[in-house]
Write a protein that binds this ligand. Structure first.
Ligand code: NAD
Length: 394
């Protein structure tokens, strides 16, 4: 029987596995952790909403068929000649592989940035950011160092903006608990470009900006970070900002394993794929999600969860087709919408081509969570993961 290995249990890998399970096709899924992470909701976890562990689920709860093998191992390479995915503990031979290993932060060579910033990319980094901020606020009383209460977010794309929206609602509570005047805390969101949220229209960008500014976020566009030192952010203008919490949300690139494994990659390290999502170097390997450079309308698709999930489904379909010697299907991406939360009750974005904002956008964003949980495992999964859907703070 053809051996199928899925490398990575993010949005793409999990949807590929669901498709294979529906066809009763055995596979081996290899992932660094035993759990799947709700990466697109992590700003909530880092920003004080609910407990951090509410933002993950054991992969075994998603795949319940005995023929679906789930292995916890860190993938460190690939031998395409031998057709093996290589893990730290074992090697996983395949006839077909689906590579869904996600992304890594893009630091653009900015000196000191990788060493002195925190990044929001996993449940563990969300936990680290949250406890770091709690620690800074708790320590402020002892030394009165104002830089402990100033949080700098580098980049005002969707990640930076959603995180700023969460923080600005959480900090007053944190101040209250720590006996600090809330007026002393500060969130600065620094953005090199002249606008925030480049994926949205000008009108939605300015709506988002005024919502966040009214809540107290200091948004500074045209403000490029050029160097970071311990507790100091250097701007292109020469200004230096003192902050003990620097969170970098300035962009992502593909998992470096793609280029290390010798795939032909684009400038962001994504492996080039054809219309069927096969690597252009190897028809036995399907590459999906943030790892794939799939060109649509002459541009590579952005690295989003909804596209990763769609690619995962299609990679599953095409692996099944290849196994059964059937023609492969062309991947047609569908961008169903883009939504950014601006805290718990307000959002902004586009749904089915229609601009939306305010509470309606926030509700639409919450509904995308329910939809995803249903895709993962129906109502059972919704009921198992009620906590991140709850309105009230933990
Ligand atoms: P991004 O690339 O979309 O935004 C990064 C921002 O950082 C850009 O606006 C960029 O101009 C800015 N920046 C870069 N270098 C800078 C510097 N030196 N100084 C100051 N600013 C700088 O990155 P992201 O927000 O992490 O998003 C990554 C991908 O994930 C995107 O495709 C995004 O659409 C997707 N995403 C989607 C959602 C959602 O749908 N709600 C949420 C999060 C992320």
């Amino acid at each position: 029987m053809a051996r199928v290995v899925i490398a990575g249990a993010g949005y793409g890998g999990v949807m590929a596995g669901k498709r294979l399970e529906r066809a009763e096709r055995a596979f081996t899924m290899v992932n660094k952790h035993s759990y799947h992470q709700f990466i697109t909701w992590l700003h909530e976890a880092a920003g004080g909403r609910h407990t951090v562990d509410d933002y993950k689920i054991e992969i075994r709860e998603i795949f319940r068929r005995p023929s679906s093998i789930v292995v916890k191992d860190e993938i460190i390479g690939m031998d395409r000649e031998a057709r093996e995915v290589k893990g730290r503990q074992n090697s996983y031979p395949y006839d077909y592989a689906i590579i869904a290993l996600g992304s890594a932060p893009e630091f653009f060579g900015i000196p000191g940035l990788a060493e002195h910033s925190l990044q929001l990319r996993s449940v563990e980094t969300a936990r680290q950011i949250r406890s770091h901020i709690e620690r800074q606020f708790a320590t402020y009383k002892a030394d009165g160092d104002q830089s402990r209460l100033r949080i700098v977010i580098g980049g005002a794309g969707l990640t930076g903006i959603e995180f700023a929206g969460e923080l600005i609602e959480w900090l007053p509570n944190l101040c209250k608990h720590s006996g600090i005047d809330p007026e002393l805390s500060e969130v600065q969101n620094l953005e090199a470009a002249p606008v925030i949220l480049p994926a949205l229209s000008e009108n939605l960008q300015s709506k988002a900006r005024s919502v966040l500014e009214n809540k107290g976020v200091r948004i500074r566009t045209g403000t490029k970070i050029v160097k970071v030192e311990k507790h100091r952010v250097h701007l292109e203008s020469g200004e230096v900002i003192a902050s003990r919490t620097i969170v970098w949300t300035g962009g992502v690139r593909a998992n470096p394993l793609l280029s290390l494994a010798g795939f032909t990659c684009d400038g962001r390290g994504r492996a080039k794929v054809n219309e069927f999502l096969q690597s252009i170097d190897d028809e036995r390997v399907f590459v999906i999600g943030d790892c794939a450079a799939f060109v649509s309308a002459r541009k590579p698709l952005p690295p989003t969860a909804q596209l990763a999930a769609q690619m995962g489904e299609m990679a599953g379909v095409n692996v099944l087709a290849a196994i059964h010697d059937q023609p492969l299907q062309t991947f047609h991406p569908r961008i169903l919408g883009t939504l950014a939360s601006l805290g718990r009750d307000v959002g902004v974005g586009v749904v089915a081509g229609m601009p939306t904002s305010g509470t309606v956008a926030a509700i639409a964003k919450e509904l995308t969570k329910v939809k995803y949980l249903i895709q993962l495992g129906g109502l059972r999964m919704v009921s198992r993961n009620k906590r991140p859907l709850a309105r009230e703070q933990h």
